[in-house]
Write a protein that binds this ligand. Structure first.
Ligand code: CAA
Length: 440
Protein backbone atom coordinates (compact mmCIF):
# COMPACT_ATOMS: atom_id res chain seq x y z
CA UNK A 1 0.00 0.00 0.00
CA UNK A 2 1.32 3.46 -0.90
CA UNK A 3 2.52 5.35 2.16
CA UNK A 4 0.60 8.55 3.01
CA UNK A 5 1.75 11.15 5.50
CA UNK A 6 3.45 14.49 6.13
CA UNK A 7 5.71 15.30 3.23
CA UNK A 8 6.89 18.77 4.25
CA UNK A 9 6.48 21.22 7.11
CA UNK A 10 7.11 24.93 7.66
CA UNK A 11 6.69 26.98 10.82
CA UNK A 12 6.05 30.71 11.20
CA UNK A 13 6.32 32.32 14.62
CA UNK A 14 4.74 35.62 15.62
CA UNK A 15 7.45 38.29 15.41
CA UNK A 16 7.31 39.58 18.99
CA UNK A 17 8.61 37.96 22.16
CA UNK A 18 7.40 38.38 25.73
CA UNK A 19 10.08 37.18 28.13
CA UNK A 20 8.19 35.60 31.02
CA UNK A 21 10.88 35.66 33.71
CA UNK A 22 12.31 39.09 32.85
CA UNK A 23 9.20 40.99 31.76
CA UNK A 24 6.03 39.32 33.06
CA UNK A 25 7.21 37.98 36.43
CA UNK A 26 8.11 41.37 38.04
CA UNK A 27 4.79 42.97 37.00
CA UNK A 28 2.77 39.97 38.19
CA UNK A 29 4.86 39.75 41.35
CA UNK A 30 5.64 36.11 40.60
CA UNK A 31 8.77 34.06 41.19
CA UNK A 32 10.41 33.75 37.72
CA UNK A 33 10.75 30.02 38.34
CA UNK A 34 6.96 29.72 38.39
CA UNK A 35 7.22 30.34 34.63
CA UNK A 36 10.54 28.72 33.75
CA UNK A 37 10.30 25.62 35.97
CA UNK A 38 6.64 25.23 37.07
CA UNK A 39 4.89 26.05 33.79
CA UNK A 40 8.09 25.29 31.86
CA UNK A 41 8.09 28.28 29.48
CA UNK A 42 10.81 30.88 28.88
CA UNK A 43 8.86 33.13 26.49
CA UNK A 44 5.70 33.64 24.47
CA UNK A 45 5.56 34.58 20.78
CA UNK A 46 3.15 37.37 19.88
CA UNK A 47 1.96 38.53 16.48
CA UNK A 48 3.04 42.05 15.54
CA UNK A 49 0.20 44.46 14.74
CA UNK A 50 0.38 43.55 11.03
CA UNK A 51 0.14 39.80 11.69
CA UNK A 52 -2.95 37.64 12.24
CA UNK A 53 -4.00 34.02 11.74
CA UNK A 54 -4.32 34.57 7.97
CA UNK A 55 -0.94 36.19 7.44
CA UNK A 56 0.89 33.74 9.72
CA UNK A 57 -0.78 30.77 7.99
CA UNK A 58 -0.17 32.19 4.52
CA UNK A 59 3.48 32.98 5.33
CA UNK A 60 4.07 29.40 6.55
CA UNK A 61 2.29 27.96 3.49
CA UNK A 62 4.17 30.27 1.12
CA UNK A 63 7.53 29.15 2.54
CA UNK A 64 6.52 25.52 2.16
CA UNK A 65 5.28 25.84 -1.43
CA UNK A 66 8.22 28.00 -2.48
CA UNK A 67 10.83 25.65 -0.97
CA UNK A 68 9.21 22.58 -2.52
CA UNK A 69 8.69 24.27 -5.90
CA UNK A 70 4.90 23.73 -5.80
CA UNK A 71 2.16 25.55 -7.70
CA UNK A 72 -1.58 25.68 -6.85
CA UNK A 73 -2.11 22.85 -9.37
CA UNK A 74 -0.18 20.51 -7.02
CA UNK A 75 -2.63 21.16 -4.16
CA UNK A 76 -6.14 19.66 -4.21
CA UNK A 77 -7.27 20.66 -0.74
CA UNK A 78 -6.57 23.41 1.80
CA UNK A 79 -7.75 22.99 5.37
CA UNK A 80 -7.12 25.54 8.07
CA UNK A 81 -7.36 24.45 11.70
CA UNK A 82 -7.84 27.30 14.14
CA UNK A 83 -9.67 28.34 17.27
CA UNK A 84 -9.02 32.04 16.60
CA UNK A 85 -11.28 32.47 13.53
CA UNK A 86 -12.90 35.87 12.96
CA UNK A 87 -15.48 34.83 10.35
CA UNK A 88 -18.35 32.47 11.14
CA UNK A 89 -19.10 31.82 7.49
CA UNK A 90 -16.10 32.11 5.20
CA UNK A 91 -13.30 29.71 6.13
CA UNK A 92 -9.83 31.04 6.86
CA UNK A 93 -8.48 28.79 4.07
CA UNK A 94 -10.19 31.01 1.46
CA UNK A 95 -8.31 34.05 2.82
CA UNK A 96 -5.06 32.07 2.82
CA UNK A 97 -5.67 30.84 -0.74
CA UNK A 98 -6.33 34.45 -1.77
CA UNK A 99 -2.95 35.45 -0.36
CA UNK A 100 -1.11 32.60 -2.07
CA UNK A 101 -2.79 33.31 -5.43
CA UNK A 102 -1.11 36.73 -5.42
CA UNK A 103 2.33 35.17 -5.66
CA UNK A 104 2.04 31.78 -7.38
CA UNK A 105 1.10 31.12 -10.99
CA UNK A 106 -2.44 29.79 -11.27
CA UNK A 107 -5.25 29.63 -8.76
CA UNK A 108 -6.89 27.28 -6.27
CA UNK A 109 -10.32 27.21 -7.93
CA UNK A 110 -10.10 23.41 -8.18
CA UNK A 111 -9.18 22.97 -4.50
CA UNK A 112 -11.58 21.94 -1.73
CA UNK A 113 -11.24 24.40 1.16
CA UNK A 114 -12.45 24.20 4.70
CA UNK A 115 -11.93 25.19 8.29
CA UNK A 116 -11.70 22.63 11.07
CA UNK A 117 -12.79 23.40 14.61
CA UNK A 118 -12.32 21.35 17.72
CA UNK A 119 -10.03 23.50 19.86
CA UNK A 120 -6.36 22.42 19.66
CA UNK A 121 -7.01 18.96 18.21
CA UNK A 122 -8.34 20.28 14.91
CA UNK A 123 -4.84 20.47 13.38
CA UNK A 124 -4.56 16.71 13.80
CA UNK A 125 -8.15 16.20 12.64
CA UNK A 126 -7.24 18.08 9.45
CA UNK A 127 -4.28 15.75 8.95
CA UNK A 128 -6.64 12.81 9.38
CA UNK A 129 -9.07 14.31 6.83
CA UNK A 130 -6.24 14.75 4.34
CA UNK A 131 -5.03 11.21 4.96
CA UNK A 132 -8.54 9.81 4.43
CA UNK A 133 -9.03 11.89 1.27
CA UNK A 134 -5.83 10.53 -0.25
CA UNK A 135 -6.51 6.97 0.95
CA UNK A 136 -9.99 7.14 -0.61
CA UNK A 137 -8.31 7.89 -3.97
CA UNK A 138 -10.04 11.25 -4.38
CA UNK A 139 -6.85 13.33 -4.60
CA UNK A 140 -6.11 12.79 -8.32
CA UNK A 141 -2.38 12.78 -7.61
CA UNK A 142 -2.55 16.07 -5.69
CA UNK A 143 -1.40 16.84 -2.15
CA UNK A 144 -3.32 18.48 0.71
CA UNK A 145 -2.21 21.63 2.48
CA UNK A 146 -3.03 21.66 6.19
CA UNK A 147 -2.43 24.88 8.12
CA UNK A 148 -2.72 25.14 11.90
CA UNK A 149 -2.74 28.83 12.88
CA UNK A 150 -3.68 30.56 16.12
CA UNK A 151 -3.26 33.58 18.32
CA UNK A 152 -3.48 31.82 21.70
CA UNK A 153 -4.20 34.85 23.87
CA UNK A 154 -5.98 35.01 27.23
CA UNK A 155 -7.61 37.92 29.03
CA UNK A 156 -5.08 39.90 31.03
CA UNK A 157 -4.91 38.61 34.58
CA UNK A 158 -6.21 35.13 33.62
CA UNK A 159 -4.02 32.24 34.85
CA UNK A 160 -3.61 31.27 31.19
CA UNK A 161 -1.74 34.56 30.53
CA UNK A 162 1.44 32.69 31.46
CA UNK A 163 0.94 30.24 28.59
CA UNK A 164 0.13 32.50 25.59
CA UNK A 165 1.66 32.25 22.13
CA UNK A 166 1.04 32.74 18.42
CA UNK A 167 2.20 31.09 15.24
CA UNK A 168 1.36 28.83 12.35
CA UNK A 169 2.44 25.43 11.06
CA UNK A 170 1.90 24.47 7.41
CA UNK A 171 2.03 20.78 6.45
CA UNK A 172 1.91 19.11 3.06
CA UNK A 173 0.18 15.72 3.08
CA UNK A 174 1.13 13.50 0.16
CA UNK A 175 1.66 10.01 -1.11
CA UNK A 176 5.20 8.69 -0.49
CA UNK A 177 5.92 11.46 2.04
CA UNK A 178 9.39 12.59 3.06
CA UNK A 179 8.83 13.28 6.77
CA UNK A 180 6.49 10.78 8.49
CA UNK A 181 3.99 8.15 7.42
CA UNK A 182 0.56 8.18 9.06
CA UNK A 183 -1.28 4.95 9.66
CA UNK A 184 -4.72 3.56 10.40
CA UNK A 185 -3.67 3.00 14.02
CA UNK A 186 -5.41 5.69 16.06
CA UNK A 187 -7.54 5.91 19.20
CA UNK A 188 -9.89 8.52 20.68
CA UNK A 189 -11.05 9.71 24.09
CA UNK A 190 -13.97 12.14 23.74
CA UNK A 191 -16.57 13.65 26.10
CA UNK A 192 -18.77 16.76 26.30
CA UNK A 193 -16.81 19.08 28.63
CA UNK A 194 -16.91 22.81 29.43
CA UNK A 195 -13.35 23.34 30.67
CA UNK A 196 -12.37 25.87 27.97
CA UNK A 197 -14.86 27.87 25.87
CA UNK A 198 -14.90 30.80 23.42
CA UNK A 199 -18.62 31.43 22.75
CA UNK A 200 -18.40 34.40 20.35
CA UNK A 201 -15.56 35.92 22.30
CA UNK A 202 -11.92 36.49 21.47
CA UNK A 203 -10.37 35.43 24.78
CA UNK A 204 -11.38 32.10 26.32
CA UNK A 205 -13.30 31.39 29.52
CA UNK A 206 -11.19 28.73 31.18
CA UNK A 207 -11.39 26.53 34.21
CA UNK A 208 -7.64 25.96 34.17
CA UNK A 209 -7.32 23.33 36.90
CA UNK A 210 -10.21 21.34 35.48
CA UNK A 211 -8.79 21.60 31.95
CA UNK A 212 -5.66 19.81 33.19
CA UNK A 213 -7.75 16.94 34.61
CA UNK A 214 -9.85 16.68 31.44
CA UNK A 215 -6.70 16.61 29.27
CA UNK A 216 -5.33 13.68 31.30
CA UNK A 217 -8.64 11.76 31.42
CA UNK A 218 -9.23 12.00 27.66
CA UNK A 219 -5.59 11.17 26.91
CA UNK A 220 -5.81 7.99 29.01
CA UNK A 221 -8.98 6.93 27.17
CA UNK A 222 -7.34 7.63 23.81
CA UNK A 223 -4.32 5.53 24.73
CA UNK A 224 -6.56 2.61 25.70
CA UNK A 225 -8.57 3.00 22.49
CA UNK A 226 -5.32 3.16 20.49
CA UNK A 227 -4.19 -0.10 22.07
CA UNK A 228 -7.44 -1.77 21.06
CA UNK A 229 -6.29 -1.24 17.45
CA UNK A 230 -2.49 -1.31 17.67
CA UNK A 231 -2.00 -3.80 20.51
CA UNK A 232 -0.33 -3.12 23.86
CA UNK A 233 2.17 -0.28 23.81
CA UNK A 234 5.64 -0.41 25.35
CA UNK A 235 7.82 2.67 26.00
CA UNK A 236 10.60 1.23 23.82
CA UNK A 237 8.24 1.10 20.82
CA UNK A 238 8.54 4.86 20.28
CA UNK A 239 11.57 7.06 19.72
CA UNK A 240 9.64 10.27 20.49
CA UNK A 241 6.31 11.14 22.10
CA UNK A 242 5.13 14.54 20.81
CA UNK A 243 2.06 15.60 22.83
CA UNK A 244 -0.15 18.66 22.64
CA UNK A 245 1.82 21.23 24.63
CA UNK A 246 -0.23 24.08 26.13
CA UNK A 247 2.86 24.42 28.35
CA UNK A 248 5.62 21.89 29.07
CA UNK A 249 4.39 21.31 32.66
CA UNK A 250 1.20 19.79 31.21
CA UNK A 251 3.20 17.34 29.12
CA UNK A 252 5.25 16.35 32.19
CA UNK A 253 1.96 15.09 33.67
CA UNK A 254 0.73 13.45 30.43
CA UNK A 255 4.04 11.67 29.88
CA UNK A 256 3.97 10.23 33.36
CA UNK A 257 0.43 8.98 32.83
CA UNK A 258 1.30 7.40 29.46
CA UNK A 259 4.44 5.77 30.84
CA UNK A 260 2.62 4.39 33.88
CA UNK A 261 0.09 2.85 31.49
CA UNK A 262 2.65 1.45 29.05
CA UNK A 263 4.86 -0.30 31.61
CA UNK A 264 2.01 -2.32 33.10
CA UNK A 265 3.00 -6.01 33.22
CA UNK A 266 6.32 -5.44 31.45
CA UNK A 267 9.91 -6.11 32.46
CA UNK A 268 10.22 -2.38 33.25
CA UNK A 269 7.93 -2.78 36.22
CA UNK A 270 10.16 -5.59 37.54
CA UNK A 271 13.21 -3.38 37.02
CA UNK A 272 11.47 -0.62 38.99
CA UNK A 273 10.66 -3.04 41.81
CA UNK A 274 14.44 -3.58 42.19
CA UNK A 275 15.13 0.13 41.94
CA UNK A 276 12.67 1.18 44.66
CA UNK A 277 12.91 -1.95 46.80
CA UNK A 278 9.27 -3.08 46.45
CA UNK A 279 6.61 -3.92 43.89
CA UNK A 280 5.61 -0.34 43.02
CA UNK A 281 2.16 -0.68 41.40
CA UNK A 282 -0.61 -1.07 43.97
CA UNK A 283 -2.63 -4.22 43.46
CA UNK A 284 -5.95 -4.21 45.31
CA UNK A 285 -8.21 -1.40 46.53
CA UNK A 286 -11.06 -1.26 48.99
CA UNK A 287 -12.56 1.90 47.48
CA UNK A 288 -12.16 4.43 44.68
CA UNK A 289 -10.57 6.86 47.13
CA UNK A 290 -7.98 4.26 48.10
CA UNK A 291 -7.33 3.67 44.42
CA UNK A 292 -6.75 7.37 43.67
CA UNK A 293 -4.45 7.75 46.67
CA UNK A 294 -2.49 4.58 45.94
CA UNK A 295 -2.07 5.48 42.27
CA UNK A 296 -0.96 8.99 43.30
CA UNK A 297 1.73 7.50 45.56
CA UNK A 298 2.77 5.10 42.84
CA UNK A 299 3.03 7.92 40.29
CA UNK A 300 5.18 10.01 42.66
CA UNK A 301 7.44 7.02 43.20
CA UNK A 302 7.71 6.42 39.46
CA UNK A 303 8.59 10.06 38.78
CA UNK A 304 11.64 9.82 41.05
CA UNK A 305 13.18 6.76 39.39
CA UNK A 306 16.18 6.88 37.03
CA UNK A 307 14.38 4.47 34.72
CA UNK A 308 11.51 6.90 34.19
CA UNK A 309 13.77 9.96 34.00
CA UNK A 310 15.93 8.40 31.29
CA UNK A 311 12.86 7.61 29.20
CA UNK A 312 11.48 11.13 29.72
CA UNK A 313 14.80 12.78 28.83
CA UNK A 314 15.18 10.87 25.57
CA UNK A 315 11.55 10.57 24.40
CA UNK A 316 9.66 13.60 25.75
CA UNK A 317 12.08 16.42 26.69
CA UNK A 318 13.29 16.95 23.07
CA UNK A 319 9.69 17.61 21.94
CA UNK A 320 9.37 20.59 24.30
CA UNK A 321 12.33 22.70 23.17
CA UNK A 322 10.53 24.92 20.63
CA UNK A 323 7.41 25.23 22.78
CA UNK A 324 9.51 26.46 25.69
CA UNK A 325 10.52 29.49 23.61
CA UNK A 326 7.18 30.25 21.91
CA UNK A 327 4.34 29.20 24.26
CA UNK A 328 1.02 27.63 23.31
CA UNK A 329 0.00 27.75 19.64
CA UNK A 330 -3.25 25.80 20.21
CA UNK A 331 -3.80 23.88 16.91
CA UNK A 332 -0.11 24.05 15.97
CA UNK A 333 1.27 22.93 19.34
CA UNK A 334 1.47 19.18 18.81
CA UNK A 335 2.96 19.81 15.37
CA UNK A 336 5.75 21.99 16.74
CA UNK A 337 6.32 19.28 19.36
CA UNK A 338 6.90 16.75 16.55
CA UNK A 339 9.20 19.19 14.72
CA UNK A 340 11.06 19.99 17.94
CA UNK A 341 11.69 16.31 18.71
CA UNK A 342 12.87 15.52 15.19
CA UNK A 343 15.11 18.61 15.18
CA UNK A 344 16.74 17.51 18.44
CA UNK A 345 17.33 14.03 16.97
CA UNK A 346 18.93 15.56 13.87
CA UNK A 347 21.16 17.80 15.99
CA UNK A 348 22.20 14.79 18.10
CA UNK A 349 23.20 12.94 14.91
CA UNK A 350 20.63 10.15 15.46
CA UNK A 351 19.35 8.21 12.51
CA UNK A 352 15.73 7.42 13.32
CA UNK A 353 14.49 6.47 9.85
CA UNK A 354 11.85 3.75 10.29
CA UNK A 355 11.38 4.51 14.00
CA UNK A 356 7.95 5.29 15.39
CA UNK A 357 6.45 8.33 17.11
CA UNK A 358 3.56 8.20 19.58
CA UNK A 359 1.60 11.39 18.86
CA UNK A 360 -0.87 12.65 21.49
CA UNK A 361 -3.23 15.42 20.35
CA UNK A 362 -5.80 17.16 22.52
CA UNK A 363 -8.58 19.70 22.15
CA UNK A 364 -10.60 21.17 25.01
CA UNK A 365 -14.30 20.54 24.99
CA UNK A 366 -12.89 17.75 24.85
CA UNK A 367 -11.15 15.12 22.74
CA UNK A 368 -7.79 13.39 22.66
CA UNK A 369 -6.31 11.34 19.86
CA UNK A 370 -3.35 9.01 20.06
CA UNK A 371 -1.82 7.81 16.81
CA UNK A 372 1.45 6.33 15.61
CA UNK A 373 3.69 7.73 12.86
CA UNK A 374 6.74 6.20 11.17
CA UNK A 375 9.75 8.38 10.35
CA UNK A 376 10.53 8.40 6.62
CA UNK A 377 13.86 8.49 4.85
CA UNK A 378 13.67 12.16 3.80
CA UNK A 379 13.16 13.45 7.37
CA UNK A 380 16.66 14.87 7.79
CA UNK A 381 16.48 17.17 4.75
CA UNK A 382 12.99 18.34 5.73
CA UNK A 383 13.94 19.15 9.31
CA UNK A 384 17.28 20.71 8.31
CA UNK A 385 15.32 23.16 6.13
CA UNK A 386 13.40 24.61 9.11
CA UNK A 387 14.29 28.20 10.03
CA UNK A 388 12.52 28.26 13.38
CA UNK A 389 15.71 28.88 15.42
CA UNK A 390 16.53 31.94 13.32
CA UNK A 391 12.93 33.20 13.59
CA UNK A 392 12.92 32.75 17.37
CA UNK A 393 16.22 34.63 17.68
CA UNK A 394 15.01 37.47 15.42
CA UNK A 395 11.88 38.29 17.46
CA UNK A 396 11.61 41.76 18.97
CA UNK A 397 11.66 41.57 22.77
CA UNK A 398 8.78 43.75 24.01
CA UNK A 399 8.35 45.57 27.31
CA UNK A 400 5.26 45.04 29.47
CA UNK A 401 3.70 48.32 28.25
CA UNK A 402 4.27 47.26 24.64
CA UNK A 403 2.76 43.88 25.47
CA UNK A 404 -0.40 45.57 26.74
CA UNK A 405 -0.66 47.61 23.54
CA UNK A 406 -0.19 44.65 21.24
CA UNK A 407 -2.53 42.50 23.32
CA UNK A 408 -5.25 45.15 22.86
CA UNK A 409 -4.65 45.21 19.12
CA UNK A 410 -5.36 41.47 18.93
CA UNK A 411 -8.52 41.72 21.02
CA UNK A 412 -11.22 41.86 18.34
CA UNK A 413 -13.67 43.38 20.81
CA UNK A 414 -11.54 46.41 21.45
CA UNK A 415 -10.54 49.21 19.12
CA UNK A 416 -6.85 49.77 19.74
CA UNK A 417 -5.75 53.45 19.65
CA UNK A 418 -2.16 52.71 18.83
CA UNK A 419 -1.59 50.22 16.06
CA UNK A 420 1.95 51.18 15.21
CA UNK A 421 4.04 48.19 14.24
CA UNK A 422 7.05 47.06 16.27
CA UNK A 423 9.01 45.35 13.47
CA UNK A 424 9.14 45.86 9.71
CA UNK A 425 7.50 43.28 7.45
CA UNK A 426 9.98 41.81 5.02
CA UNK A 427 8.71 40.17 1.87
CA UNK A 428 5.66 38.64 3.59
CA UNK A 429 1.88 38.83 3.79
CA UNK A 430 0.63 41.58 6.07
CA UNK A 431 -2.74 42.08 7.73
CA UNK A 432 -4.78 44.74 5.99
CA UNK A 433 -7.99 45.06 8.02
CA UNK A 434 -10.49 42.42 9.16
CA UNK A 435 -12.07 40.46 6.38
CA UNK A 436 -9.57 41.68 3.82
CA UNK A 437 -6.83 39.72 2.23
CA UNK A 438 -3.25 40.14 3.37
CA UNK A 439 -0.89 41.71 0.86
CA UNK A 440 2.61 40.74 0.09
N1 CAA B 1 8.93 27.58 41.24
C1 CAA B 1 8.80 26.39 40.60
N2 CAA B 1 7.59 25.80 40.35
C2 CAA B 1 6.48 26.47 40.76
C3 CAA B 1 6.57 27.70 41.45
C4 CAA B 1 7.85 28.25 41.67
N3 CAA B 1 8.00 29.42 42.30
N4 CAA B 1 5.31 28.10 41.73
C5 CAA B 1 4.47 27.14 41.26
N5 CAA B 1 5.19 26.16 40.68
C6 CAA B 1 4.70 24.95 40.03
C7 CAA B 1 3.51 24.30 40.74
O1 CAA B 1 3.93 23.48 41.79
C8 CAA B 1 2.89 23.53 39.58
O2 CAA B 1 3.66 22.35 39.38
P1 CAA B 1 2.94 20.96 39.01
O3 CAA B 1 2.18 21.21 37.75
O4 CAA B 1 4.07 20.02 38.83
O5 CAA B 1 2.02 20.65 40.14
C9 CAA B 1 3.15 24.43 38.37
O6 CAA B 1 4.17 25.35 38.76
C10 CAA B 1 1.94 25.25 37.93
O7 CAA B 1 1.48 25.92 39.08
P2 CAA B 1 -0.07 26.08 39.35
O8 CAA B 1 -0.77 24.78 39.08
O9 CAA B 1 -0.26 26.74 40.65
O10 CAA B 1 -0.39 27.08 38.16
P3 CAA B 1 -1.67 27.97 37.95
O11 CAA B 1 -2.85 27.41 38.63
O12 CAA B 1 -1.29 29.37 38.18
O13 CAA B 1 -1.84 27.80 36.37
C11 CAA B 1 -3.08 26.57 34.74
C12 CAA B 1 -1.90 26.56 35.71
C13 CAA B 1 -4.38 26.60 35.55
C14 CAA B 1 -3.06 25.35 33.87
C15 CAA B 1 -3.01 27.87 33.90
O14 CAA B 1 -1.78 27.95 33.24
C16 CAA B 1 -4.12 27.95 32.87
O15 CAA B 1 -5.27 28.25 33.17
N6 CAA B 1 -3.76 27.71 31.59
C17 CAA B 1 -4.70 27.76 30.50
C18 CAA B 1 -5.43 26.44 30.33
C19 CAA B 1 -4.48 25.33 29.96
O16 CAA B 1 -3.47 25.51 29.33
N7 CAA B 1 -4.87 24.10 30.33
C20 CAA B 1 -4.09 22.92 29.96
C21 CAA B 1 -4.99 21.76 29.62
S1 CAA B 1 -6.21 22.27 28.41
C22 CAA B 1 -5.35 22.28 26.92
O17 CAA B 1 -4.31 21.72 26.80
C23 CAA B 1 -5.97 23.00 25.75
C24 CAA B 1 -5.22 24.28 25.54
O18 CAA B 1 -4.28 24.33 24.77
C25 CAA B 1 -5.68 25.45 26.27
Amino acid sequence: MTAVGIDAIEIHTGKLKLDLAETLAPVKDKDPEYYTKGIGLAASSFPDTYEDIVTMGANAAYKLMDRRGLTPQDIGRIDVATESAFDNSKPVSTYVAGCLEQVFDGDFHHANKGERKFACISGTQSLDDAYNWIRAGRNRGRSALVIATDTALYARGDAGEATQGAGAVAMLISEEPDLVELSTEQGYGSADETDFLKPNQQFPSVDGKRSVQVYLARMREALEDFESVAGDTHPDDFVLGPFHTPFPGMVRKAALLAYRHMIRDTEIEEQLADEVGRQPRPEAFDSDEDYVEAMGDYTDLLKGTDTYQEWYDSTIAPTLEISREVGNWYTGSVHIARASGLKAMLEAGEDITGDRLLVGSYGSGAQAEIHAETVREGWKEEIAALTIDEQIAARRDISFEEYERVHDVHNHDKQADDVEEFTSPEDEFVFDGWGRMGER
